[in-house]
Design a protein around this ligand. Structure first.
Ligand SMILES: Nc1nc2c(ncn2[C@@H]2O[C@H](COP(=O)(O)OP(=O)(O)OP(=O)(O)O)[C@@H](O)[C@H]2O)c(=O)[nH]1
Length: 654
C-alpha cells in the first residue's frame, strides 16, 4: 500500500472526501507528503489545497483520473466537444507553478468566447478538462431552502443542508457576511438578489474586472423569481455557493446570500411574518429591508421587536447588536423631493428619523431605538425597472429589457453593499460570527420562534446568549485539539503517559483561557455552567488522545539486538583479528562502527518519529537476518545434535 501511494500518488491531484458535502464540493488538492507509521504502513498524507494544507487518512482521499498531472499538451486538453458538455470544470494551468491551478467555467467561456474554442482548432492551451461537476459555475448553484414553513405554521430547519454548507472545511472558520433581503411579497426581492449573485460571481470567483452586469441578452438566473400575483419564495434560502473574500484588515470572510419569504401574503399569519422577518434580521449582518414606493410608519413599527431586543442586549455591554440596516425603496417616483440613489435615500431617511417637537411618545421611541440598535442605517432609492420587467410575463431578466435608469442604480447599489471594501461581517458581542457559529444561531433562533406564541425579546436574548456560549466552547475545543494534535497527533511519536498528561494540562489551560477571554452574552452564571461542560468535553477528548497515543507504542523488534550483536562481533574481530592480520582489524572496526551508526539511526526514529522509512527498512532487514541466523544455528548445531543422536556422520539441510 505504502509503495503504491509512494510511487503512484505522491505529487498527484486528489479530492478530499467530506461526508457532510456532496462530492462536487469536495476540496481539490495535491498530495505533498506521506506519513509512514512505525509499523511501516503509510495511512496519512498532506494535501495542499486552496484552504491550506490538510492532513488526511488515505481512505478520505479520492485520486483524480487526471492522467497528465504536469500539463503536458495533449492529455486532458479541452476540446469543443468537452466544452459542449458544459457546465464542467477546467483547470487553468500556470506554467510557473503547477501546484496552483485556477478554476474557470467552460460554460462562460463557451458563451462569451466561442471563437476562442473554434480558432484554437479544438485545443485551448493551458486549459485542462477536469471531469468533476462545476461547483463554481453560477448556473450550477441553487437556493437551498434551509428553513421551510410547515402546514401547521411552524418552521423546519434543514440541519443537514445547512451543515453541509456552513461546516465545509474551507469555510467553517471564516467570519460570515450574511446579506439578507426581507420585506413584503412580490416586490422584486429575488430578482434583486440575482444581480447580487452576478456581481459576487464576477468579483470573487472569476476575479473579473470591468462590467459585472453582463451582456445585454443574458437571462437573469439564480434565486427563483417570477411575475404574477402569487407568492414565490417560502421560508429562508441560502445560495449554495459561498463567495470567499479577504477584508482589508486581512480577515477572511465568506459571503452568504439569503432570500426570504415575502411578508403579508394571503397564506401567512402574523406569527409567520414576524418569524421570517426576525430570522432575517437576527441572522444577517446586512438586512436589506425591501420597501415599495416609500417609507411608511408601519415599516418602522415592524422593527420594534428588535429595538427592545437591542436595548436588552446593550445592557450586556456588547454595543449595538445589529450591524447594518439597508432600507431599499423600490419604484421611487418622487425624484423632485429626493433623487435616486444613496444620497437621496440618506436625505429621506434622515427626514423620517427626525423627532419633531410634539411628536407622539411612541413614534419618538421607535425612532430613537432603531438608531440605537443598528451600527449603520442607510436608505437607497431605486427607480422603476420599466414596464417590461413589471408586467411582461415573457420577461426573462434580459438586461436589454430593463430601464437604463434602473441599471444605473444597480451599478451604484450593488458594489456599495458587496465590494470587498464595503463588506460588513456579522458580529455578536463584538466577536466575529464564523460559519460554524452561524449554524448554532440558526438552531437557537428556530428553537425560540417555533412556539405557539411569539417569543419575548428576553427569550430571544437568552437563546442568543446560549448559542454565544456554545460557540465559545467550540472555539476553546478547537484550541485544545490544535495543541494536542501538534503535540501527539498524526505523525508525532509515542509519548509516555506522564508526558501526554503534561501536554493535556497545557492544552486545557490554553483552551480555558480562550473560553474565558471571549466576551459572552448571558452573564457569569451562564458562562460558568458552559465552562464546566467544556472541561468535561476536554477530559473526554483526552481519553481519545491517550488511546491514540497507546496505539503508537513501539513494538519490540529484534533490530537493536541484531545490530548490537553485529557491533560486538565487529569489535571482537577488530581486537582479536587485528592481532593476527591488520586488515582484519580494520574490517572489524568498520563493521562495529557501521552497526553502531545504524543502531543510533534506529534509536533516533524511535525517539523522534522521524525517518520512519529508514527505521522500518532496518526492522525488515533485521527480521531477515534474524531468520537467517536461526537457520545457520540450526544447520550447524541442531543438525549435528540430531546426527549424533541417530548415529550418522552428516546431515544435509532440507
Ligand atoms: N415594479 C417592480 N417590479 C419588479 C422590480 N423588480 C422586479 N420586479 C418584478 O416583480 C416580480 C416579482 O419578482 P420577485 O423577485 O419574484 O419578487 P419577490 O419579492 O421575491 O416575491 P416573493 O418571492 O413572492 O416574495 C417579477 O415580475 C419581477 O420582474 C421592481 O423594482 N419594481
Amino acid at each position: 500500500m505504502e509503495q503504491r501511494w509512494r510511487t503512484t500518488y505522491l505529487g498527484k491531484m486528489v479530492l478530499v472526501k467530506d461526508d457532510r458535502l456532496p462530492p462536487n464540493q469536495w476540496l481539490l488538492g495535491r498530495v505533498t507528503r506521506l506519513y509512514p507509521g512505525t509499523d511501516g504502513i503509510t495511512r496519512v498524507a498532506d494535501i495542499l489545497t486552496v484552504s491550506g494544507t490538510l492532513r488526511r487518512a488515505f481512505n478520505r482521499l479520492c485520486p483524480l483520473p487526471v492522467e497528465d498531472q504536469n500539463c503536458t499538451p495533449g492529455a486532458n486538453m479541452l476540446t469543443p466537444s468537452k466544452a459542449a458538455a458544459a457546465p464542467a470544470m477546467v483547470l487553468i494551468s500556470s506554467r510557473a507553478q503547477h501546484a496552483h491551478h485556477k478554476r474557470a467555467e467552460v460554460m462562460r467561456l463557451q458563451l462569451e468566447h466561442p471563437q476562442r474554442i473554434r480558432s484554437s482548432g479544438g485545443r485551448i492551451p493551458h486549459l485542462k478538462y477536469l471531469p468533476i461537476a462545476a461547483s463554481e459555475s453560477l448556473a450550477s448553484g441553487r437556493g437551498i431552502q434551509v428553513v421551510s414553513p410547515s402546514p401547521d405554521h411552524s418552521f423546519h430547519l434543514d440541519l443537514e443542508a445547512l451543515s453541509a454548507l456552513l461546516l465545509r472545511e474551507d469555510l467553517k472558520d471564516r467570519a460570515v457576511v450574511v446579506v439578507s433581503v426581507a420585506g413584503a411579497f412580490r416586490k422584486g426581492k429575488s430578482f434583486l438578489l440575482d444581480f447580487f449573485l452576478r456581481y459576487l460571481h464576477h468579483t470573487y470567483i472569476l476575479e473579473g474586472s470591468g462590467d459585472w452586469l453582463g451582456s445585454e441578452d443574458e437571462p437573469l438566473r439564480g434565486f427563483s423569481w417570477r411575475g404574477g400575483s402569487k407568492r414565490d419564495t417560502t421560508g429562508l434560502l441560502l445560495w449554495s455557493q459561498p463567495f470567499k473574500a479577504t477584508l482589508s484588515n486581512g480577515e477572511k470572510v465568506v459571503i452568504l446570500l439569503m432570500d426570504t419569504q415575502g411578508t403579508f401574503d394571503s397564506m401567512s399569519t402574523v406569527h409567520d411574518n414576524v418569524t421570517v422577518f426576525a430570522l432575517s434580521t437576527m441572522l444577517s449582518s446586512v438586512q436589506i429591508y425591501n420597501l415599495s414606493q416609500n417609507i411608511e410608519e408601519d415599516d418602522l413599527q415592524q422593527l420594534q421587536l428588535f429595538t427592545e431586543y437591542g436595548r436588552l442586549a446593550a445592557r450586556g455591554g456588547g454595543g449595538k447588536p445589529f450591524q447594518k440596516l439597508q432600507m431599499l425603496v423600490r419604484d421611487w417616483s418622487f425624484t423632485s423631493d429626493y433623487a435616486y440613489g444613496a444620497e437621496g435615500g440618506r436625505q429621506l431617511l434622515e427626514k423620517w428619523l427626525e423627532i419633531p417637537e410634539g411628536q407622539h411618545e411612541d413614534l419618538q421611541a421607535v425612532r430613537r431605538d432603531i438608531t440605537s440598535c443598528f451600527e449603520e442605517l442607510a436608505c437607497f432609492l431605486m427607480p422603476h425597472p420599466g414596464l417590461i420587467v413589471a408586467r411582461n410575463p415573457k420577461f426573462d431578466g434580459k438586461i436589454s429589457d430593463i430601464d437604463p435608469e434602473f441599471k444605473k442604480s444597480l451599478r451604484e447599489l450593488v458594489p456599495m453593499l458587496l465590494a470587498p471594501q464595503n463588506l460588513v461581517p456579522k458580529r455578536i458581542q463584538g466577536a466575529a460570527v464564523r460559519a460554524r457559529d452561524l449554524l448554532l444561531y440558526f438552531k437557537a433562533y428556530l428553537g425560540v420562534f417555533n412556539g405557539t406564541e411569539l417569543p419575548q425579546p428576553k427569550t430571544i436574548l437568552q437563546a442568543t446568549a446560549e448559542a454565544n456560549n456554545l460557540s465559545a466552547v467550540a472555539e476553546a475545543r478547537a484550541t485544545y485539539d490544535a495543541q494536542m494534535e501538534e503535540a501527539s497527533g498524526g505523525a508525532q511519536p509515542y509519548m509516555t503517559p506522564a508526558q501526554l498528561d503534561k501536554e493535556h494540562r497545557r492544552a486545557r489551560d490554553k483552551a480555558l483561557e480562550a473560553f474565558r477571554s471571549r466576551r459572552k452574552l448571558g452573564g457569569q452564571e451562564l458562562a460558568s455552567s458552559y465552562e464546566t461542560q467544556l472541561i468535561k468535553e476536554l477530559d473526554e477528548e483526552y481519553k481519545e488522545f491517550s488511546a491514540h497515543n497507546e496505539s503508537k507504542k513501539p513494538r519490540m523488534t529484534g533490530t537493536p539486538v541484531v545490530f548490537a550483536g553485529v557491533a560486538l562481533l565487529g569489535w571482537l574481530l577488530s581486537s582479536l583479528g587485528g592481532a593476527v592480520m591488520w586488515p582484519l582489524g580494520l574490517v572489524g572496526t568498520a563493521v562495529a562502527l557501521l552497526a553502531l551508526g545504524v543502531l543510533a539511526l534506529w534509536a533516533y526514529n524511535r525517539v523522534t518519529g522521524n525517518m520512519s522509512n529508514v527505521a522500518n527498512q532496518l526492522d525488515k532487514i533485521t527480521g531477515v537476518l534474524w531468520k537467517l541466523g536461526l537457520r545457520l544455528l540450526w544447520n550447524s548445531v541442531g543438525n549435528q545434535a540430531v546426527a549424533a543422536a541417530i548415529g550418522v556422520d552428516h546431515m544435509k539441510p532440507s
